[in-house]
Design a protein around this ligand. Structure first.
Ligand code: UDP
Ligand code: MG
Length: 339
């Protein structure tokens, strides 16, 4: 059930009035955009909207919520349309297919009008009440407040372990320091958004891109609850793809590693060559080298494949970039001025 606007606490008008007569005398309230990527979230979106609206109504801001439906196969879009019918401050962008979480977030950012943009998951694992706290930090003058998970409930051991290892590993490799244990839950000032919009790369790792932009960034620590319904939309392969995007977009280190492996292998092969020559020239049992040869072939075959694989990953991404395809395809947009 969508909570009706007038059934929510009606602080809003009162607070607007207070502010108009208050010492700051704001004539217009600032606009905050909330970006919510949704993929097969029919069971949670209404509850998420209600929780967001409950948090936002009492605050002295104008606000809009942009839901991005990332090609859901269930009734997510229908649920979102019902929400929009009740509250015209919600907007919907529906993709023509599943383009992925990071692209969905990027589409929401692109469509945002706010002086600040908050990115939040649809499953209420990022508690909307935190928005109040990070808005305060934003008002204090911070350009990015990124939420760091102090604890994570209801997540599998392998996911917690993998993400812990991943964030530390990527930080070692990355050319810029990336915050640890951070998702996309954050608030960003318009000036950060403007830079983000000029970064057209398609293998997007939004949290890394924001770290790269710089300005005044601080963490905000929170405890992450379990998702309220449905299952995680991040199977292992999507996590690995995200990890690769994170590493490859922010580090050329793997290319260097492949060069080091190559160098090490070349040195070993020199020893092998000298050894083979020695056997051939100064001894009579030179057929016996086959074991070494066998090992060497296997070893170099492996090393070459690893190096080609690493280089291939980078070339594949260059290929993706030069195609200049649009990042996503919109099937339906609801609530925007043009329609
Ligand atoms: N999501 C998306 N597209 C995808 C996968 C996920 O838009 O291909 C959304 C999903 O609906 C949720 C957010 O991204 O709002 C985070 O996904 P999820 O909660 O499944 O990830 P987890 O919290 O398990 O890491
Ligand atoms: Mg989740």
């Amino acid at each position: 059930m969508v909570l009706r606007r007038d059934s929510l606490p009606r602080f809003e008008a009162g607070i607007k009035e207070l502010i108009n007569f208050g010492p700051k005398n704001h004539l217009t309230l600032r606009l905050v955009t909330i970006v919510v990527p949704c993929f097969n979230e029919e069971g949670v979106v209404t509850q998420t909207y209600n929780a967001l609206a409950e948090t936002l109504y009492p605050l002295p801001y104008n606000w809009e919520i942009i839901f991005i439906d990332d090609g859901s196969k269930d009734k997510t879009v229908e649920e979102l349309e019902k929400i929009h019918a009740q509250d015209e401050r919600t907007k919907i962008i529906a993709f023509s297919r599943n383009f992925g979480h990071q692209i969905a977030v990027s589409a929401g950012i692109e469509a945002s009008q706010g002086d600040a943009v908050v990115i939040i998951d649809a499953d209420l694992q990022d508690p909307p009440s935190v928005i109040k706290e990070i808005l305060v930090k934003w008002e204090e003058g911070f350009d990015v407040v990124y939420c760091v998970r102090r604890t994570r409930q209801g997540e599998t051991f392998h996911k917690k372990f993998l993400t812990k290892v991943f964030y530390r590993f990527i930080n070692k490799l990355s050319e810029i320091p990336l915050p640890l244990d951070t998702g996309d839950f954050r608030i960003m000032d318009r000036k950060v958004i403007d830079v983000l919009l000029k970064m057209p790369e398609r293998d997007r790792y939004v949290r890394g891109m924001v770290a790269w932009i710089g300005f005044n960034q601080i963490p905000y620590y929170y405890d992450r609850p379990e998702r309220i319904a449905g299952v995680s939309k991040y199977p292992l392969w999507k996590l690995i793809k995200l990890a690769l995007d994170g590493i490859i977009s922010f580090s050329k280190e793997p290319l260097k590693i492949s060069a080091y492996i190559g160098l090490f292998a070349a040195m070993l092969s020199f020893i092998g060559i000298f050894y083979a020559l020695y056997l051939r020239l100064f001894t009579s049992n030179w057929v016996t080298g086959w074991t070494l040869m066998f090992i060497m072939i296997l070893f170099f075959g492996g090393v070459q494949l690893i190096c080609i694989g690493i280089i291939g990953e980078y070339i594949g991404r260059v290929y993706g970039e030069v195609k200049h395809r649009p990042l996503y395809v919109v099937k339906k947009a609801i609530g925007f001025k043009a329609n």
